[in-house]
Design a protein. Structure first.
Length: 275
């Protein structure tokens, strides 16, 4: 299977995605911003269609437009401090409006459907290079901003009082989210992209006790989810994005079940010892 060049490209792209997405997702989940991932994933479709319309690389188009929408969300937070859900509605309306307008105009001489559901056949060598560059730069930036981002995730106001440049870091983080989404869109697809950001983190939160443990477990679960989805989708001839989402939900369910069984067994043993 890996003798095919398109599967090799998809494999390495999946490796980058499975490391980058949970690194971004854990900060989004801790800040209760997981729905931002869903909004920006739809924004990436508008970027893809704009890139295809202009004859540019669709991954680059997704990154540019999603970065703009991420910065727009951060900018609008000052105007809608008490109604953050309205911000997501505004950006979602803008993104979907742009995407539908371009697709329905008849001027798009390329198929954007593969970006909706994800396709292992569409990852080219050029895409892989761009995915690799964006992923490496994003992880390096996250490493550099690790402590300020962690501080902001737990208490943004306290971080601001402590002298952390919260606004600047939030804008940078918005661009990092855009990078994670744009590099994932080829494999995973728009419709289930947000689940790849949030579900591995949700699974890791059931087991991890410290932030570092949760982050490492998130990456582990992400690799398991995406690789299982990628290879299984090849043999089942289905879209990798949808099947990866099903795998992620199944892994989360197994962890929850295992945790419940472990608690039941531990309680039973303690009762036996006390008796």
């Amino acid at each position: 299977m890996l003798e095919y060049s398109f599967m090799q490209n998809a494999f390495w792209a999946s490796i980058f995605i499975s490391i980058l997405c949970p690194c971004i997702g854990i900060f989004l989940v801790l800040r209760r911003y997981s729905m931002i991932g869903d909004t920006l994933s739809h924004a990436s479709l508008a970027g893809v269609t704009a890139g295809l319309l202009c004859g540019q690389n669709p991954v680059l188009g997704a990154f540019v437009f999603t970065s703009f929408c991420g910065a727009l969300i951060e900018f609008l937070r000052n105007s809608f401090k008490k109604y953050t859900d309205l911000i997501l509605t505004v950006v979602l309306a803008l993104s979907v409006g742009v995407a539908i307008t371009i697709i329905s105009s008849g001027k798009l001489h390329a198929n954007a459907d593969s970006f909706m559901f994800g396709s292992i056949l569409t990852v080219t060598q050029t895409d892989l290079i761009m995915i690799g560059v964006l992923s490496i730069l994003s992880v390096l930036t996250l490493t550099f901003l690790y402590h300020p981002l962690l501080y902001i995730a737990y208490d943004e106001e306290a971080a601001m009082i402590a002298g952390v440049k919260v606004k600047t870091i939030n804008y940078i983080f918005s661009i990092l989210v855009a990078a994670a989404i744009s590099v994932s869109i080829r494999i995973v697809g728009v419709l289930v992209l947000s689940s790849m950001i949030a579900l591995p983190v949700a699974t890791a939160l059931q087991l991890g006790k410290s932030f570092r443990q949760t982050l490492l477990l998130s990456i582990t679960f992400s690799i398991v989810d995406i690789m299982t989805g990628l290879f299984a989708s090849y043999f089942l001839n289905v879209a990798p994005g949808g099947f990866t989402a099903l795998v992620s939900v199944a892994v989360l369910a197994l962890v929850l079940l295992g945790k419940k069984v472990a608690v039941t067994v531990r309680t039973s043993l303690e009762n036996q010892h006390s008796a």
